[in-house]
Structures are given as C-alpha cells and as structure tokens.
Write a protein that binds this ligand. Structure first.
Ligand code: SF4
Length: 506
C-alpha cells in the first residue's frame, strides 16, 4: 500500500480541495494582506497543502506569493509586511491525487496570468469536467499550456475571450457559459476589481460580506461565512448559483446573474462534513443541519424501543466529525451524550505507517477510547460518514477492547456508493465500502454486509429523504455520491477510469 493510502486510513474521509477568500478596500492607504491571512486561516479546513495571495495597490501591479504549507507558515509576518495592497485574493489548496508534479509550485493558487494583452489573478474551488475539451480547442487555436490544471484552462479561456471585449462581466459571462463544472471562482483584475462567480448549479459555497466605517469600506468574498465572521465583518448573503458579483474598490457591491438555474445541485457533503459548523450556507446553519441529522437518526431507530438496551446505552461521537449529529441523537433519544474517544490533535495527517499492525497502532495513537466511560456500556457510536470503512472498523475494535457490551454505529450521511467527479477528493467506487458491497450483495443485503465487515453489532444510516429534510434546501442538493446520478452532462460522458487518471483538479 502506498504511503498516501496509509494516510487515508487515519483520516478516511472525502476531502474538500480548496478555499477562496478576497477583500477589496476603497482606501488605497490601507493594506488588506492581514485580513487575507485571517480569512485563509478560518478556511484552513478546506485545504492544507498550500496557500497563496495576490495583492494590488490600485493603480499598481498585481503581486503574487504562494508556497506549500499551512497559512501560518507561508504567510509569516515578514511576507505580510512585504506584500501590500488595498485589494487582494487568497487561496488554500488541498491536493492528494496524481503524482508529485501536481504538488509543484505551478499548481498552487492564485493563478497569476499575464501576457501582452491582459493581466489578472484567479483563485478557484471546484472542477471542470469538460476542461480537456476546452483545452484541446484552445491548443488548436495556438494556446500553449504549462500545467495540466483546469485552473489554467479557465485562465486561458478568459484571456482568449478578452481579446474580443474589455468588459469584465461580459468576459466572465461568456466563460461561464462554456464551463460545465462545479466551481466558485474569484478573480482579481489589474484595474483592482474583484469578481466572484458561482456555477449555475451552486455546487460550492460562496458568500459576501462588508465592513463599513467612517474611514473606509471593505467588501469580502469567501468560500464560507466563518471566514467573514473571523475578520469581524458582517455577512451579507450567499453568492447565488449562476451569479457574478463585482466587488469594486470604487463603488458598492453589484451583481448580475449569468444563468438562472431552475434547480440547484448544492453539495450535500458540505453540510454533512466539509464546512465548518459555524458557517451558514445558502441560508442554512451547518451546525443546525448536523443536529437535525442526529435527531432524524434517533427518531427512526428501533434499538431505542428496547428498554433493556437503553438502561446501559450511551451516545458517543467520533471526534470531531460526529459531534453535532451525536448531540441531536442523544437529545432525541434522551440518552447521555458522552465523549468516549480521546483524540490526539498532534497526530497530523502526514503520519506514515506502512504495514497493517503499524496502521492499527496509528489509529490507536490518534483515537483512544476512555475505558471508564465505555466499559460495560451499549455504545451508540455516531459518525458523519463511512468511506472505505477501514477506520470505522478499527475504532469499533478499540471500543470493544475497552469493554463495551456492544457498538451500534449510526451514520448521518446515507451510504456513499459512487465517486465524486465534482471536485472532491474521493475514492473510486471499488474502494468505497458501500459501493463495493452494493455491487456484490445488492440493495437488500449490502448494509448487513458492511456491518459484518466493520464488526458493528448494529448499523444504521440516514436515509436520503431524511438527509434532505435535515438540510432543508428546496432548490436541490447534489447527491450523486449517494445515488450515482450526476447533475453535470460532461460527467456522464466520463468513465471512472478516465477520471482516476485526470483527477488532479482543485
Ligand atoms: S457527488 Fe457528493 S461530494 Fe461530490 S459534489 Fe455531489 S454531493 Fe458533493
């Protein structure tokens, strides 16, 4: 097994790949760089591989600084003082797939584009499944590419369209109509304007905020509202699916809709796992949605009808991902919520442990059951999702070794049976325990098979209907990894094999 896969045993979850953050200020004597730092720190959970910023003092040039590493390491005090400007954008990136070359500096964002005609910098969260089609067309027209990323394809597309018009909203509208993908994108122009674009189906979150005082006005755009809170600004609203928002250092925020979607495909995993619980996405509090997921699990759980079982039952979350749902479950079930697993925060994900025995001990070093809490108890273990099932299996074994009478697993996300082609780092269907078991044992038996494989006494998942109810977004969620039905035309054309070769997106 590769070192990369051994890491995934430690954190067996899909990974969001990127975060974007931008600030525009009307006072050219004010530098936004420290605000970019704060916003990117708040969004660190969406990408830890690399970080970068592009800043500009209006009337000057765009300067970009980006490196591998966490925000606090890359954007140290020296760099924050050195890079100065009243307008700027930033990006955090996560990349696990592909070879080492995909971790090279070329792939770190923001992507600063400059030729004789145009200069801009862009930061992007998402994926463009039809990017190779667009790339081939542009290569036929003589464009030369230096990376294999959809970020560069977007940049080159924008530069080609800009040959025909200087009107930025028009350029971005035309570009959006050609991109069939899931994306939230921010772009800094050399004139000092920021444009924020969310794809017409609204897969990825994007929101705007403001901070006004007598001296200056500041406008913000962020992947999640927690970043707007972190800089002390006021959250204004989400960027609508299909909307272009212009954050101007001269005027207020203004916007236009490129394409109004009848239905949206907002990623359900943002609510289940990716987003920070203190964020609000499309009007829904992530923490409250997770709480409702736990309530829904308890409402229909037949195990709670057994008074004998309930006498010794406790609700234990898998930290940190299962906490909010466990609180909801315990409240609805009227059972004690107990922290029965101790997490060592200092075992970081670069932890490399080849070999089965060593991997087992690696999980134990990261998560240790509290014997006095679980000994002699009927444990109801709550987590947000099961991906490969390897970590869940090891956690169950640890809790049983610590003396639990039984371990009953409850999962707030329905079974994840299909890969994601919309910009999330996901295993293939064969690697997903639910995908593999569904294929081998059929829809009637696959949950039982998963239960046996992970060694749980009982196993229940949230239903798709209950998940929809808990999130409560009426215009529509993407549930492709739960149903295998993909909302993008270009994804339908692409086989899993092709995707596994080309999944180096951000
Ligand atoms: S397939 Fe799953 S993870 Fe991917 S965008 Fe859709 S809901 Fe999110």
């Amino acid at each position: 097994m590769s070192q990369k896969n051994s890491n995934k045993l430690i954190i067996d979850k899909p990974k969001e790949k990127c975060a974007v953050f931008g600030v525009s200020c009307n006072d050219i004597g004010f530098s936004v760089t420290r605000l970019l730092y704060k916003g990117l720190i708040a969004l660190q959970h969406r990408g830890q591989e690399s970080t970068g910023i592009s800043v500009l003092k209006t009337g000057g040039n765009i300067y970009t600084y980006k490196r591998k590493g966490l925000v606090s390491k890359v954007l140290n005090n020296e760099k924050l003082s050195q890079y100065w400007g009243n307008v700027g954008i930033g990006h955090n990136r996560y990349a696990t797939t592909g070879s080492e070359k995909y971790s090279s500096k070329n792939y770190i964002q923001p992507y600063h584009f400059k030729n004789n005609e145009i200069e801009f910098s862009l930061a992007f969260n998402g994926t463009i499944p039809n990017y190779d089609e667009i790339k081939i067309n542009m290569e036929d027209m003589g464009r030369i590419f230096v990376t294999n990323t959809d970020t560069e394809v977007i940049a080159q597309l924008i530069a080609s369209i800009a040959l025909g018009t200087e009107d930025w909203p028009e350029i971005l509208k035309m570009a959006s109509k050609l991109l069939d993908g899931s994306y939230s994108l921010i772009l800094l122009t050399s004139e000092g304007d920021i444009y924020a674009i969310r794809d017409p189906l609204g897969f990825k979150p994007l929101c705007i905020g403001e901070m006004k005082s007598d001296n200056r006005n500041l406008y913000f755009v962020a992947s999640e509202s927690c970043a707007i809170d972190s800089v002390g600004a006021t959250f204004l609203r989400d960027v609508k699916p299909g909307e272009i928002v212009h954050l101007s250092h001269q005027k207020d925020i203004h916007s236009e809709l490129v394409l109004k979607a009848e239905k949206t495909a907002i990623c359900q995993f943002e609510f289940v796992y990716f987003a920070r619980p203190d964020s609000i996405i499309d009007g829904v509090s992530v923490a409250e949605a997770r709480l409702r997921m736990g309530v829904n699990l308890a409402k229909k759980d037949p195990i709670l009808l057994d008074p004998e079982f309930k006498k010794d039952a406790i609700v234990v979350p898998v930290p940190d991902s299962g906490r909010s749902a466990a609180v909801g479950y315990a409240k609805e079930a009227k059972l004690p919520y107990v922290e029965g697993l101790m997490k060592n925060r200092y075992v970081w994900r670069t932890f490399i442990m080849p070999g089965q025995q060593k991997r087992k001990s690696a999980v134990k070093e990261k998560l240790n059951p509290i014997k006095s809490v679980v000994d002699g108890k009927e444990v109801i273990l709550i987590d947000d999702s099961i991906v490969r099932g390897t970590t869940t299996k090891q956690i169950i074994a640890l809790i049983k070794d610590a003396g639990a009478k039984s371990v009953n697993v409850r999962i707030s996300c329905p079974p994840v049976v299909s890969a994601c082609y919309m910009g999330i780092d996901f295993p293939t269907r064969e690697e997903l325990i639910a995908g593999r078991c569904l294929k081998e044992y059929g829809s009637q038996n696959f949950i039982d098979q998963i239960k046996n494989t992970i060694g749980a006494d009982t196993l229940r998942y949230q239903t798709v209907e209950d998940l929809k109810e808990a999130i409560g977004i009426e215009t529509g969620l993407c549930k492709a990894c739960l149903t295998g039905r993909y909302p993008l035309k270009s994804v339908e054309k692409i086989t899993e094999l092709e995707r596994s070769i080309t999944s180096n997106r951000c």
